[in-house]
Design a protein around this ligand. Structure first.
Ligand SMILES: [Zn+2]
Length: 281
């Protein structure tokens, strides 16, 4: 699934190509994309409007259109936006035809991606306030903030990091990479981490996301840049998807386990397992 670095990579590529242009036509080939809204309602709000900015919040791409109309796109598992892709590019669900004749197509083999509307900045802010926590690269992500949010939480720290209402934009890849960098086992109960450990997690999240961005994102599940190029961060993973391979720090074999219902990778020497409390029988 595209996470913050993948969505931000697309945004950075597309923004200079779409900002200042108008959406001359919006074709919604798959009406499921914007449910429960009718496609006509979305077309009516978007078509003919100028793109003031292409923004991002968490894993959402935000088309900021004139008159404070906002189209909020979530790419989900396999969605990507392609600029002037070759004819016959499969899995197209939505097409934006710009007033300069170029087009942007939303291609999404598994069809989980969504499009939603917010009319007015207040509606947009309320939409995100209900769904998303801090932006990890905006200076809001600190050990102090994480420690405060985690107080009393018994869920594993991996589940805590994946919760978009706490930190926006971190998914399975970057949670594993961040916890390895912080030397924290993914199954440790979030409420039991020390303040110093939360500082390390905050730093680990920022470093993992920054490295991902520098590599143009990771290519898993067919993620592609707006120009069709694939990101290369998967070649730089420290633990994620490296089961059976030696840890880059200590040489111990990387293991795969399940945390928060997700395939999770760790070096159990660098990231010691929490001590199991014996249950009364
Ligand atoms: Zn190790």
């Amino acid at each position: 699934m595209p996470e913050l670095p993948e969505v931000e990579t697309i945004r950075r590529q597309l923004a200079p190509l779409v900002e200042g242009r108008a959406v001359a036509r919006l074709d919604i080939a798959d009406p499921r994309w914007c449910l429960p809204l009718a496609p006509e309602a979305v077309v009516d709000a978007v078509q003919g409007r100028r793109v003031d900015a292409l923004a991002r919040r968490g894993k959402y791409l935000v088309w900021e259109l004139e008159d404070e109309a906002f189209l909020l796109m979530h790419l989900r598992m396999t969605g990507t936006l392609l600029y002037d892709p070759p004819p016959g590019t499969p899995y197209e669900r939505v097409r934006f035809v710009l007033d300069d004749g170029h087009d942007v197509r939303f291609c999404d083999p598994r069809r989980f991606g969504t499009g939603e509307l917010a009319i007015g900045a207040g509606a947009r802010d309320a939409f995100f306030a209900a769904r998303l926590g801090v932006e990890p690269l905006d200076g809001e992500l600190t050990g102090a903030a994480l420690a405060r949010m985690a107080r009393g939480r018994t869920a594993p720290v991996k589940a805590f990091l994946l919760d978009q209402r706490r930190i926006a934009g971190v998914g399975n890849i970057y949670a594993d990479e961040a916890l390895f960098r912080a030397r924290i086992h993914p199954l440790r109960p979030a409420g039991r981490l020390s303040r110093a450990q939360w500082d390390a997690v905050a730093q680990g999240v920022r470093d993992a996301l920054t490295a991902g961005l520098a590599a143009g994102g990771a290519t898993i599940d067919d993620f592609r840049h707006a120009d069709g190029v694939r990101g290369s961060f998967q070649d730089e993973f420290l633990v994620h998807r490296r089961r059976g391979e030696p840890c880059v720090e200590c040489g111990t074999t990387v293991v795969k386990l399940v945390a928060a219902g997700r395939g999770t990778y760790a070096c159990e020497r660098c990231q010691p397992r929490p001590r199991v409390r014996r249950r009364a029988r």
